[in-house]
Each structure stands twice: as structure tokens, then as C-alpha cells.
Design a protein around this ligand. Sequence first.
Ligand SMILES: N[C@@H](CCC(=O)N[C@@H](CS)C(=O)NCC(=O)O)C(=O)O
Length: 279
Amino acid sequence: MGQFVDQVVFACQINLMVKYEEHLDAVFTALAHPARRAMLSWKPISEKCSPEGLRPLEVSNMSLALYGHPFSSYTQKVLIALYENELPFEFRCIGPDTPQHVAEWLRRWPLAKFPLLLDGERQVLETSIIIEHLQLNHPGQLRLLPENPAALDVRFLDRFFDLHVMSPVQHAVSGALTGVPEKRKEALEFAQAKLELAYAWLEKQLAGRDWANGKDFTLADCAAAPSLFYADWTHRIAETYPVLRAYRARLLARPSFARAVEEARPYRALFPLGAPDRD
Ligand SMILES: N[C@@H](CCC(=O)N[C@@H](CS)C(=O)NCC(=O)O)C(=O)O
């Protein structure tokens, strides 16, 4: 339960969820979690959860709606897939200015993970499944998951970026958000060691490739873009990894991800480890 609340409040880099205070305070009180104390010590910020360009997103009769937040890595993973195939959807920002979306999201998914995709009456959870769902039900020009057996390689790489890159970042972020210096240091060191292993593996894996699985942009790249983006902020990708650095730069230049990065820019000050002045 503790981890659940930590991540509800400070989901990924979304420590701006402190702004939810007025809506979710009752939930945190009920859960009596220390995260609440940390939350209350934060000053609310004034930015709206509606950066120019993302809100309002296109509302269409396709009836796709995405609950998420622009600064959330996993939300960005799905946004990339939607943008790549120019799929129209409504973005339902889970932020303090839209408590109705927060409430609906929590009602639909009490485990409080986001993003959540609504496709008509059907709700889809887990970003990798959401992207596969989009391919099955709303195929676009770009196939984000190839035919088998290549699909297995792509799924593996997608798992790699989520589990071995994004998870350590989330760990470091959670440590920082405790507000306890020792915990911050310990979590950061743990994450740095894990990320160093991931970087070394990726440096070899990506050699000679444009994208994670070769010449085509896939689901794996949707996962790679936000995870490497925030990983570099957490533990700089050293110059001894030129292949990985070049890959991250290619991801940043990809229009779908570049758009997501711009939409999230107003929230950078909230990155608890301190956002560097780059990207
Ligand atoms: N495996 C999930 C991870 C989603 C995730 O961790 N999302 C973060 C926001 S970036 C979140 O919901 N955190 C809240 C929590 O973990 O309780 C997915 O791929 O959808």
C-alpha cells in the first residue's frame, strides 16, 4: 500500500500531483501514508495541466480518450504511438484543474496507474497493451509491432526499457520525494548502478541500428524515448556510450516525441532530482 500511495502522489516524475491536494487529501488521509506529509509540505504550483499544444486535444467521433499527464513518462509512451499514426483522441489530463478526470480515472482504475485509454466503452491499461490495442483496432500507416517472430524482439525491448531503465528512474524519484537525504542518496545510488548496467547493455545492443529493433520505429522506441529521456536526467549517459547517446538524440528529434517533450516542458521544474538545463 505504501508504494501504491507513493506512486499515486508522485507518479513517476509527476510530483506535481501535490496539486491534487485539495481533491485527494481525503484519500491520503484515509490511507494514513507518510507520502501525505511530504505532499503537504509542498507548495502548490500555479501551472495549469494544459500546456499549449496538448490541450484541448482533438475530440473526435473515434471516441479514444487518454487519461494521463504530459510530464508522465508512461503517458508520453502512449502519446508517441498516437502521434505517430495521427490518431485523434481526447486528452483527459489528470490534474488539479480537472478533478472530474482524476475522479473518473481512480474510479476506473483503483490501482491508480496511468495512463488509461478509453476506447468507447472499453478501457485499456498498461502502456504496452494500450499500444498493441491501438494497432489492432486503429491501425495506422506505421506498424508499431511487426509480425512474429520479430514481434517478440520488440516486446522484449519494450520490457527492457520499462523494467531496466524506467523502473530505476522511478525508484530514484521516489527516494528523492521522501525528503529524507539518506533515502534520496540511497535510492539514487541504487538507480545509478542499475542504469549503468542498462546503458552498457544498450550500447552494444544498439550498434548499427537506427531504432531499438533495427530500421523501423516500433513499440520499443515508444518505451525507449521517455525512459532514456528521464534516465539521462537521473544518471547522465556518459560519453563512453556514444551509440546510446546518439540513439537518445534521434529519439528527441523524432517529431512524435519532440511534441511530447514540448508539451511537458512547463513541468520541468517539478522533477524532484532537478531537471538539467538541456533537451
Ligand atoms: N506498467 C505501467 C506503468 C505505469 C506507471 O507506472 N505510470 C505511472 C505514471 S508515469 C503511475 O501511474 N504511477 C502511479 C503508481 O505507480 O501508483 C504501464 O506501462 O502502464
